[in-house]
Design a protein around this ligand. Structure first.
Ligand code: ADP
Length: 390
């Protein structure tokens, strides 16, 4: 059985999935090494949900991502039958030129390393397992699937910041992220509702990272995320859109260093900073603290405002789609957000919403509303397969 390994490496976890490629792609296993460097724990499940591994490791055995990759590789070689034909990686930043996934070699890897300052929390982690595999198994096909690629078809006018134009050429431009998720959702919508999928759609990817994307005929035309993954909506711990004057104030009046500012904006802000309670929407919904209510109200408010902006970019709206952790799992949040969209023609069907159906708007809603589970890993597997098949 030929297989494709999909790798999604984060700051303290390594998620991976194995797909068999007999004719079509079929998910075989799903695994996660968590607590890398602190309390490493490996869980692996079969596609049917059976537990295949549930193991603790001493922290010195898995101090970093390369070590986690080696442990996972060894487990797969010893315990999983299958002939690995390629590895597909999630890579958050593909820079201005990569419009589609690309086969990895030393030259590409060095280019992608140059984008680390643009995604300091994600890019180095995404690239670490690639480096390990390139050194130890140089003949293995590796494919980079970029979160930015789906947005590369934007009108360049939309991707400019109003600062002197030479900065754009240097790479200071709006990129947009969560592209693998949007691409998957656009494909799903084209399957389940081709008429609507061919129209004007806003997709809200609401997880710990959160953004929204305007799709016209299945293609991204605008996104709330820009130069880095800090822009747009407030997120679990990231600030979202902020007046750059605030940053100048913090630099000048609080004497903050660049590193302190980075930590504040990426790790201490968003729902966590605003609520003083948690970065997790579930905790905030359960909390009695006034900060929790403020953070959720602000989150919903900003989603509503950004929906207005994206609807303007599309010149109207045919459908609104919820996806990712909050969007897929929280009828309460979907209901609250939908209320801010009523002026656009959104009417939710509370029964369909509570039941978690795919179509959750009422029959008389002018704008169709969907809750679509995203599948970034399947998207990566598809891209990887397509690239080796070509
Ligand atoms: P990531 O960006 O880490 O992939 P996810 O898409 O898994 O994130 O989303 C994680 C977030 O989803 C959690 O922080 C939590 O706030 C939210 N979430 C998950 N399930 C629910 C739920 N049932 N109700 C509300 N929020 C939820």
């Amino acid at each position: 059985m030929d297989t494709i390994l999909v790798v999604n490496a984060g700051s303290s976890s390594l998620k991976f999935e194995v797909f068999s490629v007999a004719g079509s792609l079929a998910r075989q296993i799903k695994g996660k090494m968590e607590g890398i460097g602190t309390a490493p724990h490996l869980t692996i499940k079969s596609a049917g949900g059976d537990r295949l591994a549930d193991e603790d490791y001493p922290h010195e055995a898995v101090p970093d991502l390369p070590a986690a990759m080696r442990v996972v590789g060894q487990w797969l070689r010893e315990r999983h039958q299958g002939r690995l034909i390629a590895v597909g990686h999630r890579v958050v930043h593909g820079g201005p030129d990569h419009m589609r996934p690309a086969r990895i070699d030393e030259k590409l890897l060095r280019e992608l390393e140059r984008y680390t300052p643009l995604a300091p929390l994600h890019q180095p982690n995404n690239l670490a397992p690639i480096r390990v595999l390139l050194e130890h198994q140089p003949q293995l096909v590796q494919v980079a699937c970029f979160d930015t690629a789906f947005h590369r078809g934007h009108d360049p006018m939309a991707d400019h910041y109003a600062i002197p134009a030479h900065y754009f050429d240097e790479g200071v431009r709006r990129y947009g992220f969560h592209g693998l998720s949007y691409e998957y959702v656009a494909g799903k919508l084209a399957e389940i509702a081709p008429d609507i999928g061919g129209g004007r759609v806003i997709v809200a990817h609401l997880g710990s990272g959160a953004s929204m994307c305007a799709l016209h005929q299945g293609k991204s035309v605008e996104s709330t995320l820009g130069f880095t993954a800090l822009d747009g909506l407030p997120m679990g711990t990231r600030c979202g859109q902020i007046d750059p004057g605030v940053l100048l104030y913090l630099l000048q009046q609080h004497g903050m260093s660049a590193q302190e500012l980075q930590d504040l904006l990426y790790k201490e802000s968003g729902l966590k900073g605003l609520s003083g309670v948690s970065n997790d929407v579930r905790d905030l919904l359960a909390s009695e603290e006034p900060g929790a209510a403020l953070a959720l109200d602000h989150f919903v408010h900003r989603i509503g405002l950004n929906a207005g902006t994206l609807a303007a970019a599309l010149g109207g709206l045919d459908a609104f789609v919820f996806t990712a952790g909050v969007g897929e799992n929280s009828p309460v949040m979907r209901e609250r957000i939908s209320r801010t969209l009523e002026w656009l023609g959104v009417r939710l069907d509370s029964r369909r919403n509570a039941a978690g159906e795919l179509l959750i708007s009422s029959d008389d809603s002018r704008v169709a509303v969907y809750a679509v589970p995203t599948d970034e890993e399947l998207m990566i597997a598809r891209h990887t397969y397509a690239l080796i098949a070509a």
